[in-house]
Design a protein around this ligand. Structure first.
Ligand SMILES: *[C@@H]1O[C@H](CO)[C@@H](O)[C@H](O)[C@H]1NC(C)=O
Length: 666
């Protein structure tokens, strides 16, 4: 029986927190020494051959028959170029040296090799992908998350991007029409990924200038700053891993005839892209943050001298400096210092590494690191395989359960080392009283499946209420729609049974899951789940110790209700819980038996003699964590708007009230 169950995390108790701190900092120190060592070794001993085999842009001729006939020799050999060899100090990647003064941020945490877990919100790389709201761009966003960032699902969500890479999708145009299946899937995507920014209703694609303005105003307002911006539209494929590697190494196009060495005095003052007459707002561009700032300054200054209004702003800046170069040279330092450098890919003297999609992958060569105008998702996928794209991580987290899920950088050392590092970071941001802290994961889990027009307007806002709560306390927030969609497609039982599927899928990855229905709202955002558990233990008639030993499922039965309300409950990751969920899954009598369905099944299974010890029923309890609106008293934790009719309006009012409690004004 127990062989059928998923893997469980070990219940090994951790040592005390202070000790962990010391160990963690020691590890950081050791890691840093290793890191420096590694850098020195790279500098002194690594040969070109090593680089060839380490660097996936150089495919060996047998692996890849794709070489350009005209511009490059049939075998991509390294051309001997006279690159000034930077000193050891300068070799430290610009990714380790934020352009902003380092004391304005917490120190980054260098790990062996080039992977970084960062506790700051300063990112070396900011990847912005513009997109519409069509079904096909929704699928493309999924492909991009997976292929660029290794984000395959949200079971272990990326709550805070903690590497040196940050990304967002910027959506232009209207969202999909209201009250359509597409709109509901789109809302689910927003709830599940939280990586979509809606830029307003204009149906025209976003202009470069507007995006740069957003990057320089909205992101800093959220505390996010960056060194290098990569801007691409949804139909562009880039070898993000290679671009990152080149920026990282401080030399762009090292294997080309005219490599560009990033100036260590002004590392973020360059723009890399197409600047010719054909350049459009849809072209990919890589820009350092000072160059972006300079371009935005020029928007004002250039107003009268704009030759072509439809040029992207960075192309305008290029032309401006082309025309004014002589003037500026006479003018002395002040202007010249502001002038960014340009790495040109198009035009006669360009490197031509940003290309347009022709027709087949064979026309894409290993040095073509950006391919625009790929309108078919199938071809995007082919390019991912063709170029052997390696995901660039935006998130490292502790992975539980399935070992294959582990996504640690290769050189972090053991998983425990990694845990220690992460714990320091998490604790700095989310201090919880020591005796209360749950050592490993706690997840707030909800449904992002919108059945029909009813909850469409309030669903995403209700999810944000829960996400913000989870973020504030350092919990995971997991919103799921796939399991409900699966039930709807299978048509074996009522779709709401997807809830049991979700909990069964998510629970093995955490210690505790706090399930909340979509129409349940956190009213008291300050209240930690640890605190709720503490309170529940005090209520438990056999005492807290017995609770810790045997109780795995906590649910309440509101006064006057005939059975539990399964809209909110706590469940602990134990073999019993997994068996309990399996038993519920098999309770066929409730598959179609309304109005309770899966809730009726839970009620039935939990009351079986063999299960009673494992369950704490908060009987006639209207206040601990599941309060109906009519019972609400100030200070109650969660209000559950579950009227017989559509709960949308009630939920909206509840969210307004929750925001008022928080002091947010809409
Ligand atoms: C650039 O190429 C030269 C010559 O092949 C090589 O020695 C050097 O290590 C390369 N630098 C980087 C940062 O890849």
């Amino acid at each position: 029986m127990s062989d059928d169950l998923p893997l469980y995390k070990s219940s090994l108790k951790r040592s005390r927190r202070n000790k962990r701190f010391i160990i963690a900092f020691t590890l950081l120190g050791v890691g840093f020494i290793f890191y420096l060592n590694a850098r020195l070794n790279v500098t002194s001993t690594e040969t070109d051959d090593d680089r060839l085999s380490n660097n996936n842009i150089y495919h060996s001729p047998t692996q890849s028959p794709n070489y350009k006939h005209n511009t490059n020799p049939p075998e991509l050999t390294l051309i001997d170029i006279d690159v000034p060899t930077p000193t050891n100090d300068n070799r430290v990647s610009p990714f380790l040296q934020p352009s902003t003064p380092s004391d304005s941020h917490e120190p980054m945490t260098p790990l062996p090799e080039k992977e970084i877990i960062s506790a700051t919100r300063h990112y070396s790389l900011l990847v912005i992908i513009t997109s519409g709201a069509s079904a096909s761009s929704m699928e493309r966003r999924r492909l991009i998350r997976e292929s660029y960032f290794g984000l395959r699902d949200n079971l272990l969500p990326c709550m805070v991007y903690n590497t040196n890479v940050y990304y967002k999708f910027l959506i232009h145009g209207d969202p999909p029409h209201a009250d359509t299946p597409l709109r509901r899937r789109y809302e689910a995507e927003k709830m599940e990924w939280n990586d979509i920014v809606e830029m307003g209703k204009s149906t025209r694609p976003l202009e470069q200038v507007n995006i740069l303005q957003w990057v320089e105003t909205s992101l800093p307002a959220q505390g996010v700053t960056y060194d290098y911006l990569i801007l691409q539209d949804i139909n562009t494929f880039i070898q993000l891993d290679v671009i990152k590697q080149e920026l990282d190494s401080g030399i762009i196009g090292n294997h080309t005839h005219t490599p560009f060495v990033i100036n260590t005095d002004a590392p973020t003052s360059f723009v890399w892209g197409n600047f010719g007459a054909g350049a459009t707002d849809m072209d990919i561009v890589v820009a350092g943050s000072s160059a972006v700032k300079r371009a935005l300054q020029l928007v004002q200054e250039m107003e009268t001298t704009i030759y072509n209004k439809h040029e992207p702003i960075l192309t305008k800046m290029y032309n401006y400096y082309q025309v004014n170069m002589d003037l500026l040279e006479d003018d002395g330092h002040s202007q010249q210092q502001n002038s960014p450098e340009f790495i040109r890919e198009d035009g006669p003297e360009g490197m031509q590494r940003f290309i347009r999609w022709e027709n087949n992958v064979e026309s894409v060569h290993s040095e073509d690191i950006a391919v625009t105008r790929i309108y078919q998702n199938q071809e995007f996928t082919e390019l991912v395989y063709w170029t052997r794209l390696n995901p660039v991580s935006v998130c490292y987290h502790r992975r539980r359960g399935n070992q294959e899920d582990m996504n640690l950088p290769a050189d972090v050392g053991s998983r425990d080392d990694y845990d220690e590092v992460m714990e320091v970071l998490v604790e700095e941001h989310h201090p919880v009283k020591e005796q209360q802290r749950i050592e490993d994961g706690l997840a707030v889990v909800t449904s992002s499946f919108i059945y029909d027009a009813c909850m469409e307007p309030s669903a995403t806002r209700a999810a944000m209420n829960k996400r913000n709560y989870a973020l504030k306390h350092g919990y995971a927030f997991v919103a799921r729609s796939a399991e409900f969609a699966q039930e709807a497609a299978r048509r074996q039982r009522k779709t709401v049974w997807g809830k049991v599927d979700v909990v069964e899928k998510v629970l093995p990855k955490y210690d505790w899951v706090f399930w909340m229905d979509m129409d349940a709202v956190v009213m008291d955002q300050d209240r930690a789940l640890e605190d709720i558990l503490y309170q529940v233990k005090q209520l438990y008639p056999h005492g807290a110790d017995v609770f810790d030993e045997q109780v795995d499922f906590v649910v309440s039965r509101p006064s006057r209700d005939p059975m539990i309300n399964a809209g909110v409950f706590l469940i602990k990751n134990t073999p019993w819980s997994m068996a309990f969920l399996r038993e519920i899954q098999k309770t066929t009598a409730w598959y179609h038996r309304g109005p309770s369905y899966e809730q009726g099944a839970m009620w039935e299974v939990m009351r079986r003699l063999e299960n009673q010890d494992k369950v704490f029923l908060l009987d006639r309890d209207d206040h601990t964590f599941n309060t109906f609106p009519s019972f609400y008293q100030p200070g109650d934790f969660v209000v559950h708007f579950a009227p017989d009719k559509c709960p949308n309006d009630a939920t909206m009012k509840g969210l307004d009230a929750a925001d008022k409690i928080l002091g947010v004004v809409w």
